[in-house]
Design a protein around this ligand. Structure first.
Ligand code: GLA
Length: 344
């Protein structure tokens, strides 16, 4: 049993396939280099002591007696509760959390925190290696049940399955995760901060999810993966637009994977632009700050730019031609490895 472990889980960038995960659809994310590190040291007795190093905050509770709270502590308590509920016998531990992903920025700081916490707690307790799809589902329950954001599995799967130089073609119906080469022929993918922060639970995210569920009821389908555009157009506003986004976004994921495979970067750029327009006009998750950041990327020579993640602020993504100079503040992002233990 390891008395001391350090777990790292990366954030993610989603190349394309937004708001498709909770609709049994398709997406093409990749894990990035930035992430969250959790160092765990076993403690005698069943107490968890947690320190959020960047926030100068602390938490302390007995395993099994964690009450609900808000903020970063909800993730720690939720991780302990969900792992225990799933049958893992956790030991007491002292946890030190370091975050390297900006919070509320659309780069999935939440999933990185959930995944790093779970890996650290499991390994510190000597638990066997767990199935990563099951772990992604467990992490998503932390967010749904303890943090109050009805998010899907995109971020957790990307963080757990990330691979260097690869994007992940994810089918959320079968939960198949297929690594695909991300060859950019000299082009660069960059993120640019819109300067606007969001808390998913408080944004329009849960409302969008409810609208998709309502559209399914009206269409008589189990998920929007089974919806057809023609049927959708008969729905009342704004449900028709929401469904139009999801159906066409799934198509764009397939087209993007094909364009990447044949090295057609201009086509990838056009698909990113089309995704952005659909997220802005049909799914209505853009804001003036996001539009301004997208415009800055396009002015700098991006051949495609769009919202990433849930929307309502955060970072935007741009695909820059090889000779373009990124705007000030833009950060180049490359696919990196998924969550793992670090040797100290
Ligand atoms: C957030 C959620 C994900 C996904 C995206 C939108 O990042 O956590 O589950 O729904 O928004 O694609």
């Amino acid at each position: 049993m390891a008395a001391r472990v350090t777990a790292f889980a990366p954030g993610r960038v989603n190349l394309i396939g937004e708001h498709t995960d909770y609709n049994d659809g398709l997406a093409l994310p990749f894990a990035i280099g930035a992430g969250v590190t959790v160092r765990a040291e076993a403690l005698e007795g069943g107490r968890i002591e947690a320190v959020a190093a960047d926030l100068e905050g602390r938490d302390s509770f007995i395993i099994g007696r964690q009450r609900r709270v808000a903020g970063w502590r909800a993730f720690v308590r939720g991780a302990v509760a969900e792992l225990s509920q799933a049958g893992f016998a956790l030991r007491g531990a002292r946890l030190v959390i370091h975050g390297g992903v900006p919070r509320g920025a659309g780069l999935s700081s939440s999933a990185a925190l959930e995944v790093a916490l779970c890996l650290a707690l499991l390994h510190c307790s000597g638990a066997p290696d767990v199935d990563r799809v099951q772990l992604a589902k467990l992490c998503s329950r932390i967010e749904n049940e303890w943090v109050g954001a009805r998010t899907g599995l995109l971020d957790q799967l990307a963080s757990l399955f990330g691979e260097r130089d690869r994007a992940l073609a994810i089918d959320f119906r079968s939960l198949e995760v297929k690594p695909v080469a991300l060859e950019l022929a000299g082009h660069k993918l960059v993120t640019l901060d819109s300067g606007e922060r969001h808390a998913i639970a408080a944004s329009g995210y849960n409302q969008r999810r409810a609208e998709c569920a309502r559209a399914c009821e009206l269409l008589g389908v189990a998920s929007l993966r089974d919806a057809a555009l023609e049927q959708a157009e008969r729905l009342p506003a704004p449900l028709a637009q929401r469904v139009r986004h999801v159906v066409t976004e799934n198509e764009r994921v397939v087209l993007t994977a094909a364009a990447l495979q044949r090295g057609d970067l201009p086509a990838v750029g056009r698909l990113l632009d089309a995704s952005h327009s659909s997220l802005r006009d049909c799914f209505e998750v853009s804001t003036p700050a996001v539009e301004a950041a997208v415009a800055r990327l396009r002015d700098a020579g991006a051949i495609g730019a769009r919202i990433v993640g849930g929307g309502f602020g955060g970072h935007v993504l741009g695909l820059l031609a090889p000779d373009a100079t990124p705007p000030e503040g833009a950060i180049e992002v490359c696919p990196g490895p998924g969550a793992r233990l670090l040797n100290e």
